[in-house]
Design a binder for this molecule. Structure first.
Ligand code: ME8
Length: 668
């Protein structure tokens, strides 16, 4: 058992939570959940950054005192995380008494350890209130005759010889470079470490760490001989939160929690605030004679249709609760909507890279990976097991053979890979590894054909083993997805009868032999497919139609025999795997096929292809099936779909897919 301490940035209270904030918090929550499942001592901190000029200005604009504003907005962050089911986090506010005391102590510690590191001088230069940061002209952009912040695209303020305390940051470029060299994982991913290394190599300027032109902050705990009252620079104040939450109530820096957790601190941040965390913060700590956190991991930016999510860009603002609610289409409601949102955010973009949020890819992943791959595996397996008189049972002899051994091997490597990838802070790769197992298990159903085993009494041991494998793989998948999909993971494990005390435990390869219990008879489809109507409804909820946009051109279909996309989308085309094929007596053109569409049982399809294909040659082939064609009777059989083939009277070829695609995958 080890210790894990994860933090998010503390968010500014001049804004309300949006998808960008939710992303960082969900990433941290995923990691914290993973470590708890591993049995690690885990602590998770988030909170709000409540001081500074930006908050003071926002309060003035609204006719509130800064304290009133922060008291209104800070709880909205806390409530948002509660509503989104963020698990066992601590919430720190920089206006809390303890935090203020710790910040003052940090200042005094720097004074004690390196008295010359804090000195009074006058500051002149540009300041971006949005970033709460000082900039040189080379870091700004010029718009007309105004210098603007490259991030906020707004004019920066000129601070004219403001008397200020300075921190001797220049002294720390070399020690920081040496530290990063010795601790290559201190800044991750690598591209950000390289960025900071070259920044440090260019040398550092001393940093102004107090302000006198406004008062909304923590007072500098020593007098200015000129009698001016200074408040501590908001970043020095804010960064200290990571430590102050661990400190005892008297605000001294030390004690049990600092000793236990601080050496393990992992700061998850957006790339926008990399320099504050990887240069200023460690330099303050070095100056105070304190150990540095274990590491800083910066993730990329989410944009919406190419635009950065921001307060000033209403079209890009996505309310995470609204999105989770819009995705709450399953019987379990909001928790599943939350899981779907978490899945998309963590699967779509490898942690560290930028990502663009589009509804097309959200719906695509929802349908293909959640509804289809995972949903089908669970629904078909539990339906088969639920209906059968045969109970799942592990058989060590059968386990060694063919498809059974192959599935067990993939399950074991999925556990190993997912563990490694979560440890490497690569949840998207962990999910990829888990989905390999999901797809393999779907293939296993096709390969072992439990419906055929059920017809043969001599195969009941094998059938019991197949059921056992399916149930235990569902339990393992349930465990492996839990950090990202907490509600789904728990439901899966409960449905296959995992004992309560094992629900929150990280899977092990031994689970393949032991984990199943009583299997639920009526699983609910967790992720019903989002058809066009459902997709449109979600889209319209999240992006209210723009009434100022020109009306769409009349459909071209009126003039020609073209069809619209909506017409096409009515077709439910699926990949099917032919499970069996046989001639039909007296019908020399027809074949009777059973085709696996990833559903609980394969479909019977009658196809007029007998003259082009001997029945045997079709078994195992993947074909494209019109899955929503109304069933019709052919040659006395009910045909439940149609297979696409080239040619009219004379069949020339069958539609096929060019690689191994799981049965049931939608074709578009
Ligand atoms: O910077 N994509 O607070 P903040 C990804 N108070 N992540 C995003 C994002 C987006 N479009 N938008 C915001 C502050 N974030 C300071 C932090 S810490 C000592 C002080 C996330 O409210 C991301 O984590 O501006 C980013 O770093 C953070 O919100 C900025 O939040």
């Amino acid at each position: 058992m080890s210790t894990f301490y994860v933090t998010t940035p503390i968010y500014y209270v001049n804004d309300v939570p949006h998808l960008g904030h939710a992303y960082t918090t969900i990433v941290a929550d995923t990691l914290a959940r993973y470590h708890r499942m591993r049995g690690d001592h885990t602590r998770f901190l988030t909170g709000t950054d409540e001081h500074g000029q930006k908050v003071e200005e926002a309060a003035n604009k609204r006719g509130l005192t800064p304290q009133q504003l922060v008291d209104q907005v800070a709880p909205r962050f806390d409530e948002t995380w509660k509503t989104l089911g963020i698990d066992r986090y601590r919430f720190i506010r920089t206006t809390s008494d303890k935090h203020k005391k710790v910040v003052a102590h940090l200042w005094k510690r720097i004074r004690e350890h390196n008295p010359e590191d804090l000195y009074l001088a006058s500051y002149q230069g540009w300041y971006c209130v949005g970033c709460e940061a000082f900039y040189t002209e080379s870091q700004l952009i010029k718009e007309g005759d105004q210098w603007c912040c490259a991030i906020h695209k707004k004019p920066v303020n000129w601070l004219d010889k403001e008397r200020s305390w300075f921190f001797k940051l220049s002294k720390y470029a070399e020690p920081l470079l040496a530290y990063i060299d010795k601790n290559p994982d201190f800044i991750r991913p690598e591209q950000y470490r390289n960025e900071i290394v070259s920044f440090l190599k260019g040398g550092l300027k001393d940093l102004s760490v107090s302000r006198t032109s406004f008062q909304w902050g923590i007072p500098v705990p020593e007098p200015d001989p000129e009698g001016l009252s200074h408040v501590i620079y908001v970043w020095m104040d804010a960064l200290t939160n990571y430590l102050s939450d661990l400190c005892p109530a008297d605000g001294s820096i030390g004690g049990k929690d600092v000793a236990e957790y601080w050496p393990h601190a992992l700061h998850i941040i957006g790339k926008d605030i990399l320099r504050f965390h990887t240069v200023y913060w460690p330099a303050f700590l070095m100056a105070a004679g304190l150990p540095l956190p274990k590491g800083i991991f910066a993730h990329g930016w989410w944009t919406v249709r190419g635009e950065k999510i921001s307060k000033s860009m209403p079209a890009t603002r996505i309310d995470p609760i609204k999105l989770a609610d819009a995705l709450s289409v399953g019987p379990l409601g909001r928790p599943i909507g939350i899981d779907a949102m978490r899945y998309f955010l963590l699967r779509e973009v490898p942690l560290g890279l930028d990502g663009d949020f589009t509804f097309e890819s959200l719906f695509g992943r929802f349908n293909a990976e959640l509804a289809n791959d995972l949903g089908n595996l669970v629904n078909r397996s539990l339906t088969l097991i639920g209906k059968s008189p045969v109970r799942p049972a592990y058989d060590g002899f059968i386990a060694e053979s063919g498809a059974h051994a192959a599935l067990a091997a993939v399950a074991k490597s999925a556990i190993a890979e997912a563990t490694l990838e979560y440890d490497r802070l690569a949840p998207s790769r962990a999910l990829e590894a888990i989905w390999k197992l999901v797809r393999e298990a779907n293939k296993y159903v096709g390969d072992t054909q439990p419906w055929a085993l059920a017809k043969d009494d001599s195969k009941s041991d094998e059938l019991a083993h197949v059921y056992h494998m399916l149930a235990s793989v569902i339990a393992i998948v349930g465990g492996l997805v839990t950090p990202v999909l907490p509600t789904t993971g728990r439901a899966l494990r409960q449905w296959v009868g995992v004992a309560d005390d094992a629900l929150d435990r990280w899977p092990t390869p031994e689970d393949l032999m032991t984990i199943v219990g009583e299997v639920a008879k009526d699983p609910k489809p967790l992720y019903p497919r989002l058809d066009d109507k459902a997709q449109k409804k979600i889209f319209d909820t999240m992006v209210p139609p723009d009434t100022t946009a020109p009306a769409p051109a009349p459909a071209a279909a009126e003039a020609t025999n073209q069809i619209t996309y909506e017409d096409f989308a009515k077709l439910d085309l699926r990949v099917g795997r032919v499970a069996s094929a046989q001639p039909i007596k007296g019908k020399d053109k027809l074949l009777q096929l059973t085709v696996d569409l990833g559903e609980a049982a394969p479909r019977t399809i009658v196809a007029g292809i007998a003259q082009a294909f001997p029945a045997d040659s079709l078994v195992g082939k993947s074909v494209i099936v019109v899955a929503n064609l109304a069933p019709r009777k052919m040659a006395g059989l009910m045909s439940q779909g149609m297979i696409l083939a080239a040619g009219d009277e004379q069949i020339l070829g069958l539609s096929a897919v060019d690689r191994d695609v799981p049965p049931g995958t939608r074709v578009k």
